[in-house]
Design a protein around this ligand. Structure first.
Ligand code: AMP
Length: 286
């Protein structure tokens, strides 16, 4: 039976009581749940005795007020999906429950936020790391599940729990895509039919990066120049970045000599989409 909880105290009490029955799996989300979230929930369900999902649109991580305002919210359908996937607890706090007063402290994410989304969304990862630390303290799960779709976020969270000795295992879950390659995202709902048709070109560009790396091309400017040809010239499309970074520290690379993360952000009309893919070069004959 799914229980909806909206206070920190009730959530702490519920998870404390569940702990004696076995491990607790936690899936933090901002709601508007789709099959990508469901994949995280199903993984948690298969590995843990108790599954907790949080639904909280965190104002701290939004760098643009209009994005926060327009962010899709659909608690009733979200609860349906959670019920279907066997979630035990949904923690859906109000903003005032999470932030009863202005936060004085925040997590400094350091160099991990210098590039990609960190560069274009000032304060975003500081807001993410701060809310994730709060949520981990509230739920006190054994395992927390995050999507590889948000690769930089996953790297920030992994480093957060290492640097602050948070006793939780972080599990990364592969990106769920539409048949045409578009990564599922709550923001996809905002696309018009025409924009939706254009949107898969971001993944197509990343596939081109993977193909070049596969062939042994190592010069990053050559790789990205070729990849951007997958983005059609169209006034609705604006590529914000397409970069190759080190999978651990997310610093940009100029040559590919070991596995890399290729990541991109594309504006499609008024909607900003992100995606990434891991690429491994062929083994060099040493
Ligand atoms: P969000 O609600 O967008 O904050 O996402 C909550 C969690 O779901 C994050 O860990 C995301 O990385 C993950 N997620 C979002 N979209 C996908 C997807 N298409 N495939 C896998 N995980 C996803």
């Amino acid at each position: 039976m799914l229980r909806l909880l909206d206070t920190i105290a009730a959530t702490r009490a519920a998870t404390a009581e569940s702990r004696s029955r076995g491990s607790i799996g936690f899936v933090p989300t901002m709601g508007a749940l789709h099959a990508g979230h469901a994949s995280l929930i199903q993984r948690a369900r298969s590995e843990c005795s108790t599954v907790v999902v949080s639904i909280f649109v965190n104002p701290l991580q939004f760098d643009r007020p209009d994005d926060l305002e327009r962010y899709p919210r659909s608690l009733e359908t979200d609860l349906e999906l959670c019920r279907k996937d066997g979630v035990d607890f949904v923690f859906a706090p109000s903003v005032s429950e999470m932030y009863p007063r202005r936060m004085e402290m925040a997590v400094d994410v350091g160099r991990l936020a210098d590039h990609l989304c960190g560069r274009y969304r000032p304060g975003h990862f500081k807001g993410v790391a701060t809310v994730v630390l709060k949520l981990l303290e509230i739920v006190q799960a054994d395992v927390a599940y995050f999507g590889e779709k948000d690769a930089q976020q996953l790297a920030v969270v992994r480093r957060l729990v290492t640097d602050f000795n948070v006793p939780v295992r972080i599990a990364g879950v592969p990106t769920v895509r539409e048949p045409d390659g578009l990564a599922l995202s709550s923001r996809n709902q905002r696309l018009t039919a025409d924009e939706r048709r254009l949107a898969p070109c971001l993944y197509a560009a990343l596939r081109r990066v993977a193909a070049s790396v596969d062939k042994g091309v190592s010069n990053v400017s050559e790789i990205t120049r070729d990849a951007t040809t997958a983005i059609p010239t169209d006034e609705r499309l604006r590529l914000e970045y397409l970069e190759l970074v080190d999978p651990e520290d997310f610093q940009p690379l100029t040559r590919v000599t070991s596995p890399v993360v290729a990541a991109g952000a594309l504006w499609v009309g008024n909607t900003r989409l992100i995606d990434n893919i891991r690429c491994t070069p062929p083994r060099t004959s040493a």
